[in-house]
Write a protein that binds this ligand. Structure first.
Ligand code: HEC
Length: 141
């Protein structure tokens, strides 16, 4: 049975691929989170926002595109841009875009708001979503 070791080796290679790298610990901060994850920042979010610019601007007074301008969207009422034509689904959603509602929406827009016109699959990685929301939050001045 020569195939078995080959399969095992393959499985091992796949498994090690999925592992994230552990950054070196310098011992400088004792209370740092033990997880080997870099904390999301607004600057990282600016990079993620590149996935949105085909349809959205975020600058103050920026034009609406396929989607509405997103300046100050964190803390704003859902579907609040009077000069944008939202879907019935978005208008019916109600509430406010806060970190929690954005988190759910951006993970799977078409699941969170069935019938939304935002044809976007979602931002799959949670740290990416966090960074993106921090960036959007910073774009409100
Ligand atoms: C293919 C175009 C497209 C892409 C890409 C896209 N959006 Fe949208 N977005 C829309 C449209 C269209 C709407 C309006 C949806 C509706 O009315 O149902 C919308 C609505 C929104 C809203 C609600 C705004 C409001 O005023 O209530 C947010 C927040 C949002 N998008 C964030 C994002 C973010 C962040 C990204 C990138 C990760 C993104 N969108 C990517 C088209 C897009």
């Amino acid at each position: 049975m020569r195939i078995v070791p080959v399969l095992l080796a393959g499985a091992f290679a796949l498994a090690s691929c999925g592992k994230s790298e552990t950054p070196p610990t310098d011992g400088a901060s004792d209370d740092a989170a033990p997880a080997a994850v870099v904390a999301p920042t607004a600057a990282m979010g600016e990079q993620i926002f590149k996935r949105c610019v085909a349809c959205h601007t975020v600058d103050k007074g920026g034009h609406n595109g396929i989607g509405p301008n997103l300046h100050g969207v964190v803390g704003a009422a859902v579907a609040s841009k009077s000069d944008f034509s939202y879907s019935g689904a978005m208008k019916a959603k109600g509430g406010v875009w806060d970190a929690a509602t954005l988190e759910t929406y951006l993970e799977a827009p078409m699941k969170a708001v069935p019938g939304t016109r935002m044809a976007f699959a979602g931002v799959i990685d949670a740290p990416d979503r966090k960074a993106l929301i921090l960036y959007l939050e910073a774009q409100s001045k």
